[in-house]
Ligand binder design. Structure first.
Ligand code: FES
Ligand code: FE2
Length: 386
């Protein structure tokens, strides 16, 4: 995030404190409650947003060296990402071309030279090429060159790995222009310089909530005072936050209680992370939350219309990792999971209440405008794809 933007955000939030105002949009916005549970709507969302568009499935810190690999099933597609001996990162469907067995069973690993299917032992190299057929005579002249693992489009940038989870045809290019997808967010992500950061923690949480409702919990600060009085609210000012639409994505910042110490300090010395957190919604399902010493990554994946899995990952720079003991990071993750426990207990009741008939739509106030943007963007994406 550019320094000028940091100062502008901090100034805006200081002004809100001084004038007791909020970052209000022009009016109320709404989204239909059935978009959170209708099975046909759900099918369309998954078909577009978890098949045709880029989603974050891994981190550079897990895939540093040749032979490193990660598997990922949460999109509903079996994905294998591996770094070749040539240093190139590739993504595949983790599905054997013999009889569709799962090729790599482990969630991640290192020093891999070949992936060997557990069913009948067919083997694939790190580029996905089929290199071995056991008892090969039994397969006559089957053309190995057309039975490699199916490739997926993949991009690695800013410490994150995106995949488009639909099989490419043979010969189709696998590169993905992620900066075009990120638009105005790209320079911000470049600025945080996360390419060398490590995965400190990664754990799944399985709320009985629609995958979008999980994202909703991150898009406003209004609820902190009421839902998180003993966990995260003590760190923040009451609903002092600024929200900005950045193409399909969102950038927001929330002021910590120390913000007011900036009054009278020279602006050249202002650093946003000293007095606020900065969050990005990477459309449609990933939130990055930058704090003073780490980045929390929250990715929501659909399991069913009323169920999701959220992968919580904590990324830290090697310098910060060296500076602080594991117990420090553990305490931090515990604080996150305590707050998320509060969010998701409420979220699960909301998901149940959707079917009660009480509301046809969710109502978003002027400072809940980011929720309105988010749901409008989802609607627009579905519309454009139909
Ligand atoms: S299904 Fe993989 S070797 Fe048979
Ligand atoms: Fe919350």
């Amino acid at each position: 995030m550019q320094h000028a933007d940091q100062v502008a955000y901090l100034e805006r939030m200081l002004r809100m404190v001084r004038t007791n105002t909020r970052d209000d949009g022009p009016g109320l916005s709404y989204t239909a409650v059935d978009s959170y549970f209708d099975p046909e709507r759900y099918r369309r969302e998954v078909g577009l947003m978890f098949r045709r568009q880029p989603v974050v499935v891994a981190f550079s810190g897990q895939l540093r060296r040749p032979g490193d690999f990660v598997t990922h099933d949460a999109t509903g597609q079996p994905i294998l990402v591996a770094r070749g001996t040539d240093g190139v990162l590739r993504a595949f469907l983790n599905v054997c071309r013999h009889r569709s067995g799962t090729v790599e069973q482990k969630p991640c690993g290192a020093n891999k030279r070949a992936f060997v299917c557990a069913y009948h032992g067919w083997s694939y190299d790190l580029t996905g090429r089929l290199v071995g057929i056991t008892d090969g005579a039994g397969f006559g002249d089957l053309d190995k060159s057309t039975h490699g693992l199916r490739r997926l489009k993949v991009a690695e940038k800013y410490g994150l790995v995106w995949v488009v989870p639909t099989a490419l045809d043979d010969g189709e290019p696998a590169d993905l222009d992620i900066d075009a997808w990120l638009g105005p967010l790209a320079p911000d992500l470049a600025g945080w310089d996360m390419a060398g950061w490590e995965v400190q923690e990664s754990l799944p949480i399985r709320p009985r909530m629609n995958w979008k409702l999980v994202i909703d919990t991150f898009l406003e600060l209004y609820h902190f005072r009421y839902l998180h009085p003993g966990s995260v609210y003590p760190l923040f000012l009451d609903n002092i936050a600024t929200y900005e639409r950045m193409d399909r994505h969102v950038r927001l910042s929330a002021a910590k209680r120390s913000l007011v110490e900036l009054e009278g300090q020279p602006k050249e010395t202002w650093k946003i992370l000293d007095h606020a957190i900065v969050l990005y919604l990477l459309f449609p399902n990933t939130v990055l939350a930058y704090t003073q010493d780490h980045c929390g990554v929250f990715s929501s994946f659909p399991v069913g219309p009323d169920e999701s899995v959220m992968q919580l990952t904590m990324l830290v720079s090697p310098e910060e990792k060296a500076r602080k003991p594991d117990s420090y990071w553990k305490t931090n993750v515990d604080l996150f999971t305590a707050a998320l426990g509060e969010d998701f207990a409420m979220g699960e009741s909301i998901q149940r209440n959707f079917r009660s008939g009480a509301n046809r739509h969710q109502t978003f106030g002027k400072f809940e405008k980011a929720l309105g943007w988010y749901h409008r963007e989802i609607d627009a994406a579905l519309e454009a794809a139909s």
